[in-house]
Design a protein around this ligand. Sequence first.
Ligand code: SF4
Ligand code: SF4
Ligand code: SF4
Length: 177
Amino acid sequence: MRYAMAIDTKKCVGCSDCVVACQLENDVPEGYCRDWIVEITTGTYPDLQTEIRSERCNHCANAPCVRCCPTGASHFEDGGIVLVQPNECIGCKACIAACPYDARYVHPDGYVDKCTFCLHRVKKGQQPACVAVCPTKCLYFGDIDDPRSKISLLLKKRKWKTLIPEAGTDPKIYYLI
Ligand code: SF4
Ligand code: SF4
Ligand code: SF4
């Protein structure tokens, strides 16, 4: 079992519904977020291309945030999901410095927080909140160890990229391009 997410950059419209759904589902404090939208324009006028994508923790298989955590608060959970155990976190911010994706923030209560792939929902057989709410259905979540899963089939069929592959973190968010 290896959980991953695929995000179709051809279908994302940047509506931010995924961001709002995450904030409500996970009680993310006002002014913070666990996922966010990035819009990048490339090319030279008038031949411009814009990519819109929803970003979050990459649940890296080779996660520097887990490696550097002095207390074990940052750890791997079921299916390779990277989580933070709030009551074991001393707020040292080593993981924030180690993450190449800027995926973590310090919660006002003093511990570090980030995307959990909504493991609490996944355990009940539900999709992560962002996936469930997306109006264009451009987020896919599932088990990439299962060759018959929708995400595995998509990754076989479509071209994809990961972010900052040179960091060597083996990210598990795949952007369909
Ligand atoms: Fe893109 Fe879907 Fe998020 Fe809207 S809800 S910004 S379409 S990923
Ligand atoms: Fe850790 Fe950052 Fe990778 Fe998430 S994206 S697993 S916080 S290194
Ligand atoms: Fe670990 Fe918390 Fe320090 Fe991050 S801030 S490295 S989770 S103890």
